[in-house]
Design a binder for this molecule. Structure first.
Ligand code: NAD
Length: 514
């Protein structure tokens, strides 16, 4: 098992008084923290701490869960029609105001504003799915399964459900879960990443504006202490986690040990297999968009291009030509790619370029030399392309989570598929080809949860479910779509008989159909 970072790099013990602190959101209102512990929140394009975020202590964890638990009975009993009305209102408000949220995301995460808007829209899709949740909450009914007996099922909410989310999609990832959880009648405690916490508070205020009762949507900020509080609290019935694989595994093991339903989505290393018959202009565009969009800080980013020879040289030429036109800089200035989220993360990602050189790979474009359109103190690293990466290198085996695209050359389709299937992760993958038969074979043979055919980032729409295989997902239920509805509901089966004088009498045997 991988080691777990017990000291997240944003934590500080110095509680500066001159910067604002992002508060919790408990019982329908901002809830200032008195824990005495805060995390630093940076503007990554400026390289400075712009605010702090509360890091919850036990009392605040209890207050958040108690607020959600108190709100549950009334919310569970609120009519489906009323819940749907609030969901529609939330969707309308989000659509109207998403520009505000995008600016908040860019100021804390660093991704360019257009990309922040994109993540909000993908989250909004799930809210749209949830506006029709009444349809998915319908039960089944079998009449007369035995004489005078009917059996039917209902779907009921679980109670207080927790969401623990990563830094890279501060709006979209929580939105994979909370619209469905709330529409199904649960109350939610969201523990966002401490690196970009403000989007969660903005969403909480939007819910209040939409008319959601206090306590149905709670934001608890914090670090490991808050996560452990949620994982062990008897009132929390389920955990939806998204983050790195070591923490996902820890969350899954700890949550299930404490009797909870857990879905824990982990890290990734996504490959794009390029066959010799592919349209190389399309492939080069796709490699650039999926490798460097959001500075590679996407769980569905392509980080390895597997080129079936003789495709590598002409493809690299096309990718390099396009890389020369990319502008790295402040996300508010119309650039293509922003900074990395923290200095620690930037330095870690940059260190892989050195590792590649040591391992004998060829650094074709070195992002360490980037001249960024932004403050010199920003956490910059330009798009990087590395050819001939040995599959024994950590550049190949580890998730880098930055703008570093590796090229691995193979001789055949079979060699490429074997390579992809040998990896620890199974989140996303893509094949680029004009051969329908090859694509069909690929979708069948590949051991990965989400597959693109000439589509580099195959994130399924909200009516389907999102999730990987192997070390990319712990638990058996994916996010949103039918699996999301299943995760946030529990079924009851009811066997019913209305009195019929012909069916009285004593019978100690096991009931049999007649
Ligand atoms: P992370 O694992 O560091 O943090 C995720 C969450 O876990 C945060 O809320 C954080 O506060 C909490 N956490 C961190 N350390 C902890 C600890 N020791 N104990 C308990 N909780 C802890 O992940 P990140 O850096 O915020 O996000 C990037 C990772 O998320 C990447 O690995 C990426 O692939 C993954 N990710 C996966 C998906 C997916 O769908 N599979 C989607 C988005 C991101």
């Amino acid at each position: 098992m991988s080691t777990i970072d017990l000291n997240p790099d944003t934590t500080t013990d110095d509680v500066a008084v001159d910067l604002p602190t992002v508060p919790h959101w408990i019982n329908g209102a901002s809830y200032p923290s008195h824990s005495g512990r805060v995390g630093d929140v940076y503007d990554p394009a400026l390289g400075v701490v712009t605010k702090h975020v509360a890091l919850a202590d036990q009392a605040e964890i209890e207050a958040a869960i108690a607020g959600a638990a108190a709100a549950f009975p009334a919310w569970r009993d609120t009519s489906l029609a009323k819940r749907q009305t609030i969901m529609f209102k939330f969707r309308e408000l989000l659509d109207a105001k998403k520009g505000e949220l995008a600016e908040i995301i860019t100021a804390e995460h660093g991704k360019v504003v257009s990309d922040a808007l994109g993540e909000i829209s993908r989250g909004q899709e799930v809210a749209e799915f949830a506006t029709g949740l009444a349809h998915h909450l319908k039960g089944e009914f079998s009449e007369q399964v035995s004489t005078g007996i009917d059996v039917y099922s209902t779907k009921q909410p679980l109670g207080v459900v927790a969401i623990i989310s990563p830094f890279n999609f501060p709006a979209m990832v929580p939105s994979w879960f909370f619209p469905i959880a709330i529409a199904a009648g649960n109350t939610v405690v969201l523990k966002p990443s401490e690196k970009d916490p403000s989007a969660a508070n903005w969403l909480a205020a939007l819910w209040a504006e939409a008319g959601l009762p206090a306590g149905v949507f709670t934001v608890l900020h914090g670090d490991k202490e808050a996560v452990d509080g949620l994982l062990t609290h008897p009132e929390v019935k389920s955990i939806s986690f998204v983050g790195s694989t070591p923490i996902a595994r820890y969350v899954y093991e700890t949550g299930t040990k404490n009797g909870k339903r857990v879905q824990a989505l982990g890290g990734a290393k996504n490959h794009m297999l390029v066959l010799p018959d592919a349209d190389l202009d399309l492939v080069a565009d796709a490699a650039i968009n999926s490798g460097f969009g959001s500075a590679g800080e996407r769980c569905m980013a392509i980080s390895v291009v597997v080129a079936v020879e003789p495709v590598a040289d002409p493809l690299i030429e096309k990718i390099v030509e396009r890389m020369g036109k990319l502008r790295t800089g402040d996300g508010r200035r119309g650039c293509d790619m922003g900074p990395l989220v923290t200095k620690v993360h930037r330095d870690k990602v940059a260190s892989y370029i050195g590792i590649a050189e040591e391992d004998g790979a060829k650094v074709v474009v070195d992002g360490r030399n980037v001249v960024a359109d932004g403050d010199p103190n920003g956490f910059w690293l330009g798009p990087t392309l590395i050819d001939n990466v040995p599959i024994s290198s950590r550049v190949y085996t580890e998730e880098i989570f930055g703008p570093v695209l590796a090229i691995v050359r193979v001789q055949t389709y079979e060699e490429g598929v074997k390579l992809i299937n040998s990896g620890a992760f199974g989140n996303g993958t893509a094949i680029f080809t004009n051969d329908g038969g090859a694509a069909r074979r690929f979708q069948n043979e590949i051991q990965v949860g989400m597959i693109g055919i000439n589509v580099p980032i195959p994130v399924p729409v909200a009516t389907f479910s999102f999730g990987g295989w192997k070390d990319s997902l712990f638990g058996d239920t994916k996010a949103h779509g039918a699996e999301g509805v299943k995760f946030f509901t529990q079924q009851k089966a009811i066997t019913s008989r209305w009195l019929d004088p012909s069916h009285g009498g004593i019978n100690l045997g096991f009931p049999q159909n007649d």
